[in-house]
Design a binder for this molecule. Structure first.
Ligand code: SF4
Ligand code: SF4
Ligand code: FES
Length: 512
């Protein structure tokens, strides 16, 4: 629990956390201090002067809030005529050469400059000179498009590449109204986190080629999610929209702050995995090559499940889904494996967020005691007559090829959200909801238990995998059944905002 200090804002006593600057401390209690250049992950640069506030203790008339730490008894003024005048002046300065092209700017609706104009400015322009013309639609690399005319020169993007990725591709060149953000000649953005500059940019000067002009920000529904791109489990916003006469579609993933997992950022690869959520879906149930109702396909699966069946669990499935599948295998006497070596890309991870393991919940397999070894899988496969894959992409990175011959000799059943090689080999295929259409829990590579809720609601929802397991004979047939099952191995299991760090014995399923 952070230490609290009492101070005064516009004469009113408030209590805030110590150790923070005025911007962050006041934000927690609902008081906004406008700012452009400060960002908690990048520190205070002090270049924009939008955050100037008054302090009644004989300091210079105005001080930058981003560089002023809270202190007991501090008397802070935010609403004097002098401060309002400064805010007008800074806004006027920022807008002198700004194109003010909000109607065609991708940032409109989520732009700090636009919001501050409405909150702190509302002046008519006094400019009579032609504005300075700068670069437009500049390809900065990694899918980042830069507009120099919209830039307020806060240097957040520059500091990101210097302080966070340490790749230093961006710099500010020239001075005064000729100053502009540039890449070095022949050296565009080239790092695996580059698109974070789009989120950091407070205005529409950095946009994502992938998202530009696909949706206006105010049409999007913003839901919380967990990236399933690797074992880190970065926290994200899933921005989606159902346009008239169309289905609910995801338009972008953006980072969501979680100090315990990913901080303020995500990697570009994970950011763009939303495409895979939208595309390549298995659309209809199939039995022997013919489309059919899901219920009929489920009955057909139920009829063949038994001791000669091998059920394959995905390391991407939630704990709830794994618990339901495991209970199903026990109920029908089937064998069970979580073999998924193909999800691991050796050497691909870095020492920050990106992991070698491209699955979201491998820790869940060991927690629930599901063997994922290749030797066991091969032995079980060779003595089984039916393979039922629950969303396990055996052919990911082509690792399933060595099993192809055996798979061609037995009956293959695919219960999956996405079409793929295994689905094409399957005599029965059943589409199920993907993770953005489901709720569940994951344990990341650091033993952090995190929960996610359904974000996307398809016009015709696919089967929920836990409920489908119930239809196939699993005693774990609902989310609450699954939670009861999980509590047997994680007694402290709960939906904790921000995640719950499991103890070493909980994370490994080994009693302390
Ligand atoms: S491009 Fe955006 S983040 Fe970079 S300096 Fe300009 S306004 Fe700031
Ligand atoms: S590091 Fe992993 S979990 Fe995080 S955004 Fe990238 S792929 Fe997703
Ligand atoms: S946020 Fe304080 S000077 Fe820019």
């Amino acid at each position: 629990m952070a230490e609290m200090v009492k101070l005064f804002v516009n004469g009113r006593e408030v209590e805030v956390e110590s150790g923070k600057n005025l911007i962050d401390a006041f934000k927690v209690i609902g008081i906004e201090i406008p700012h452009f250049c400060y960002h908690p992950a990048l520190g205070a640069d002090g270049n924009c002067r939008m955050c100037l506030v008054g302090i009644e203790d004989g300091r210079p008339p105005l001080v930058p809030a981003c560089k002023t730490p809270v202190a007991p008894g501090l008397k802070v003024q935010l609403d004097t005529e002098k401060i309002k005048k400064i805010q007008h002046d800074i806004m006027e300065f920022e807008l002198i050469n700004h194109p003010i092209d909000c109607p065609v700017c991708d940032q409109a609706g989520e732009c700090t400059l636009q919001d501050y104009y409405m909150s702190y400015d509302l002046q008519d322009s006094r400019m009579t000179e032609p504005v300075v013309v700068k670069g437009k639609r500049m390809d900065f690399g990694c899918g980042v498009v830069h507009d120099q005319e919209r830039c307020v020169l806060c240097a957040r993007c520059v500091r990101f590449t210097r302080l966070i990725t340490k790749t230093g591709e961006l710099g500010i060149v020239n001075r005064s109204d000729e100053a502009r953000v540039e890449t070095f000649p022949g050296r565009p953005l080239n790092n695996r986190y580059a698109v974070n500059v789009v989120d950091l940019c407070p205005v529409g000067a950095m946009t994502s080629r992938d998202f530009r002009f696909t949706q206006r920000a105010w049409f999007l529904t913003r839901d919380k999610g967990i990236c399933h791109g690797c074992a880190k489990g970065c926290n994200i916003y899933i921005d989606h929209n159902r346009e008239k006469y169309k289905d609910d579609v995801i338009y972008r993933f953006r980072p969501r702050l979680n100090e315990q997992v990913n901080g303020y950022f995500i990697c570009d690869e994970g950011r763009f995995t939303y495409h895979a959520e939208n595309e390549g879906r298995l659309m209809a149930a199939r039995v022997d090559g013919k489309d059919c109702l899901g219920d009929y396909a489920a009955q057909s699966v139920r009829a063949v499940l038994g001791p000669k069946s091998l059920i394959l669990v995905s390391p991407d499935s939630s704990l709830e889904q794994m618990a339901a599948i495991k209970a199903l295998s026990e109920a029908v006497g089937a064998r069970l494996s979580g073999y998924s070596e193909g999800y691991i890309k050796e050497g691909d991870g870095d020492n920050w967020l990106i992991q070698d393991d491209k699955s979201a919940n491998r820790a869940g397999l060991s927690l629930l005691g599901i063997d994922a070894g290749k030797e066991t899988f091969t032995r079980l496969l060779n003595s089984s007559e039916v393979l039922v894959s629950f969303d396990n992409d055996l052919f990911i990175h082509d690792t399933g090829s060595e099993f192809r011959q055996r798979l061609e000799a037995i009956k293959v059943i695919a219960v999956t959200s996405h079409d793929g090689i295994l689905t094409k080999m399957a005599s029965i295929a059943i589409p199920v909801a993907s993770y953005s259409e489901s709720s569940g829990s994951l344990v990341n590579i650091d033993g952090m238990l995190q929960h996610f809720d359904r974000a996307v609601q398809k016009n015709t929802p696919y089967f929920d995998m836990v409920e489908l397991c119930g239809m196939l004979g699993s005693p774990v047939a609902t989310a609450s059944d699954a939670v009861n099952e999980i509590k047997k191995v994680i007694p402290s299991f709960a939906n904790v905002e921000g995640g719950l760090k499991l103890t070493a014995s909980e994370a490994t399923n080994v009693p302390a």
